[in-house]
Design a protein around this ligand. Sequence first.
Ligand code: ATP
Ligand code: LTN
Length: 327
Amino acid sequence: MKQRIFSGIQPSGNLHLGNYLGAISQWLTLQDEYEAFFCVVDLHAITVPQDPAELRRKTLEIAKIYLASGIDPMKSTLFVQSHVQAHTELGWILNTIARFSDLEKMTQFKDKSAKSEKETVGIGLFDYPVLMAGDILLYDTNVVPVGKDQMQHVELTRTLGRRFNERFGETFVIPEGRVSKEGQVIMALDDPTKKMSKSAESEYNYIALSDDAETVRKKIRKAVTDSGSEIVYADNKPALKNLINIYSLLSHKTTADIEAMYVGSGYGDFKTDLAEVIVSFLTPFQERLKNISDEEVLAVLKAGAEKAKGIAEVKMKQVRERVGLLA
Ligand code: ATP
Ligand code: LTN
């Protein structure tokens, strides 16, 4: 029996290179080895206000991005979270064992809520890691491939899974988080101390997967660099290190090879080439994306939801019984 992986991305904002290199590119290699579930987590996206029509459009777009990236529906199960009601049901049940003190510690909640007035921070934003735990535990997931920023939520999932098992008897597999080595965190182009983020204020923070060649070139030209002029991969040059990481991950050259290629040249040459490396990745990707029809992706999502429902329902029967809900 193959082990299972589960992961998801929210249909909010513009997907960027950080999402691709931190999450999706890891999934591509894992889908051969594992029984894989990749979800478009729309119920997570509504923890912040979304325009309904735009949310529907984004949900389809994320699913198309999965396909255009090479997630193969013959190997992996792709579906939309809200199509499988068990996610909200398990999320609620886990709420009853999650503690305020568990959630209060979550860095992402602290960061996101710090940006708004305290009185307006929604419960959904606070509670969302519990829903995420439900996503993962429903499928007896063994491994959760995510970017490093999500590891704290995977830790919480483990805590809630264990707590449930202790109180109600062995029910859930306790999953492990997995981050890819280099893609751990892609930093913002305009500030190497922050992660590249789709909810960033400035579009110079990220390269969107939908950026055209001219936009990529402009954004890379404007990307901040460190003092000095040589191309070296070092911790005291965080901006450059991030750019070399992106170069390396997309070109499959090692960071040492890249350093060697630019001995004697400056940031100008390096940035020009980096922009072309990104464009050569994005152009065929965008071409594939454009050719995926709504009908095609809807059919994949429908089949995916059917398969996911079957598995989730078996688990929920067991959960309801353990908790004492009348059959
Ligand atoms: P936001 O910044 O608005 O919270 P996000 O860009 O982090 O959104 P998510 O939907 O939260 O996007 O993340 C989807 C996946 O991409 C997660 O696995 C996350 O860890 C990964 N990811 C997001 N940003 C980065 C990044 N800068 N570097 C590496 N991985 C990332
Ligand atoms: N919270 C994650 C998205 C997410 C997820 C999941 C990731 C929701 N449910 C289950 C892995 C497994 C984020 O990236 N913001």
